[in-house]
Design a protein around this ligand. Structure first.
Ligand code: G4P
Length: 524
């Protein structure tokens, strides 16, 4: 049996964040190619194709042609184990995407060089900042015409306040990408394209003198830019990177594989290994102490035939062994881990042993909820996983009024799982609840599960609200007199005010500054 601290040291648990189409899937695939986990690029897509052919897991997933569930992918590279957690990249995302970020130690932020920071990158980055996660930046698609890298660096600094510190710098303009200079040692790597990027791009280390001769003006421009970067002291700094203040930047093309190896090396060399996770009192549970973990995602109905429910845990300390009995901190109940698996899409392999930083799917996890701490030995409680500020709202009612009981049970359960947040009128009880979510896709998942699991088909209609604020009892009494405002309560009892118009909210804030109207920021 391995030593948990030593095993943790050889792990990197990370996620890739990006706006849809920036190249996350392509990059994931190329990581697998460089790690030798797939022989030829194209395997990931083939795999997902096979999945839709053989599994009826979440019919919606197929209808929409997107991946709703997050997956965890492990591969070995340079003697280290990389655990890559997928953040679903579709436009319409959900809290799931955010929660994955509570289970990683660093992220790779992929930007399309032609587009720079896009809305979803920004949202996901805000969660990273909130968690103080170290961010490695990849300027992707440099093989085709795009924006100037220096301009992109300015945009990163201005829009997200993260100081970019380029580690590699391109030779050749975007669209005529020859290779990269590693600013740490000045070495120039020239790449050669392979057919459709399906194999590793051949690399040639070219000495500066020869590069200057052969690359001509592309080389001198790169040298000028590197001079500028040195002048503003934009060099990688481990301390500020680990504190989430600066971000090492790599330039490349996931499609042609240029710069992919440098990036993957950075995940190993720069990104942090799993560290002791602080508990609710801020004390870290040592990596070598007894096994502890927390649930960061619950997925039901992955396999309709078995009506199962998988809780994904991240191991925080000790050795997880399949078959061990863990205690759930919230309920105090034992949980037998006979069916522990690693899940990639709908494919599962059994996991016999896991270490800090690893993700394990626990099958038949009926009693487990997101945020639950599991442990053996000394009890521990990890902080709850934050809920996120809702941005879209809907109302729900059972289509068959005879199914009201099932409908209520479903609301209760799906609220506790965090599929949507259920807001109720404290004066009217369960009637006419408002559903709140980060993305509208959550409502579809909610309706689907109400129907399939609770036999309570529901009609979901969008609600006219544009903004939400925390409020208190006194302000609530006043707000009830105002048109276009509704006072509701979350399941944790906190009062919220929903506004049909942002403008109305702004006016109220100006005209009645005494009202308690507190924005719900990420993580509350
Ligand atoms: P996502 O997961 O972030 O949504 O992006 P994905 O990898 O699916 O990439 C989106 C599109 O961008 C794909 O093209 C992909 O081939 C392309 N792409 C990714 N990386 C690069 C790159 O470095 N350079 C260039 N030029 N293109 C890149 P598509 O036409 O939508 O799909 P496909 O037909 O190529 O599969």
């Amino acid at each position: 049996m391995g030593d948990p601290a030593a095993e943790a040291a050889r792990r990197r648990t990370f996620a890739i964040i990006s706006h849809p189409d920036a190249g996350k899937t392509t990059l994931t695939e190329k990581f697998l190619l460089y790690a030798g986990a797939v022989g030829e690029a194209g395997a990931v897509k083939a795999r997902s194709g096979r999945r839709s052919a053989t599994s009826d897991w979440m019919e919606m997933e197929q209808k929409r042609g997107i991946s709703i569930s997050s997956t965890a992918l492990s591969f070995d590279y340079r003697g280290m184990q990389c655990n890559l957690l997928d953040t679903p990249g579709h436009r319409d995302f959900s809290e799931d995407t955010y929660r994955v970020l509570s289970a990683v130690d660093s992220v790779v932020m992929v930007l399309d060089s032609a587009k720079g920071i896009e809305p979803q990158t920004l949202k996901l980055f805000e969660v990273c900042r909130d968690r103080g996660l170290p961010v490695i930046t990849f300027l992707n698609k440099y093989d085709r015409p795009g924006r100037e890298p220096l301009e992109l660096l300015d945009e990163i600094e201005e829009q997200i306040g993260l100081k970019p510190t380029p580690v590699t710098w391109p030779v050749g303009i975007s669209g005529d990408f020859r290779g990269v200079i590693d600013r740490r040692d000045g070495g120039f790597t020239r790449f050669t394209r392979t057919v459709r990027g399906s194999a590793i791009a051949p690399e040639e280390e070219v000495p500066a003198e020869r590069a200057a001769e052969e690359e001509g003006s592309a080389w001198s421009s790169a040298m000028d830019e590197i001079g500028l970067l040195a002048a503003v002291d934009a060099s990688h700094d481990p301390e500020t990177f680990l504190a989430g203040m600066t971000s090492p930047v790599f330039v490349g093309s996931a499609l042609t594989n240029f710069g992919v190896r440098h990036l993957l090396d950075a995940v190993i060399d720069l990104a942090p290994a799993p560290a002791p996770r602080p508990d609710v009192d801020g004390e870290g549970r040592g990596l070598s102490s007894d096994c502890s973990a927390f649930v960061f995602k619950v997925q039901a109905n992955m396999d309709r035939a078995h009506r199962d429910r998988i809780a994904f845990i991240r191991v925080c300390s000790g050795v997880f062994e399949r078959g061990m009995v863990l205690t759930c901190g919230r309920t105090g109940k034992p949980f037998a881990t006979k069916y522990a698996s690693q899940v990639f899409g709908a494919e599962r392999t059994t996991v016999d042993e896991a270490f800090p930083g690893d993700v394990v799917g626990l099958v038949n996890a009926m009693d487990l909820q997101i945020g639950d701490t599991l442990y053996v030995g000394d009890p521990v409680a990890f902080p709850p996983i934050p809920r996120f500020a809702p941005e879209v709202f809907a109302s729900a009612r059972p289509i068959d009024t005879g199914k009201y009981k099932q409908f209520r049970r479903g609301l209760e359960q799906l609220d506790s799982e965090g599929v949507v947040q259920v807001l109720r009128d404290p004066l009217a009880g369960d009637a006419n609840p408002v559903l709140a979510a980060v993305g509208a896709l959550q409502f579809d998942v909610f309706a689907d599960r109400l129907d399939v699991e609770f036999n309570a088909p529901a009609e979901i209609s969008s609600s006219p609200y544009e903004a939400i604020r925390f409020t208190d009892q006194t302000s609530a009494d006043r707000l009830r007199e105002v048109g276009g405002v509704r006072i509701l309560a979350r399941s944790d009892g906190r009062l919220v005010a929903l506004f049909e118009s942002r403008y109305r909210l702004q006016r109220l804030e100006q005209d009645e500054p005494g009202l308690m109207l507190e924005p719900i920021s990420v993580g509350v």
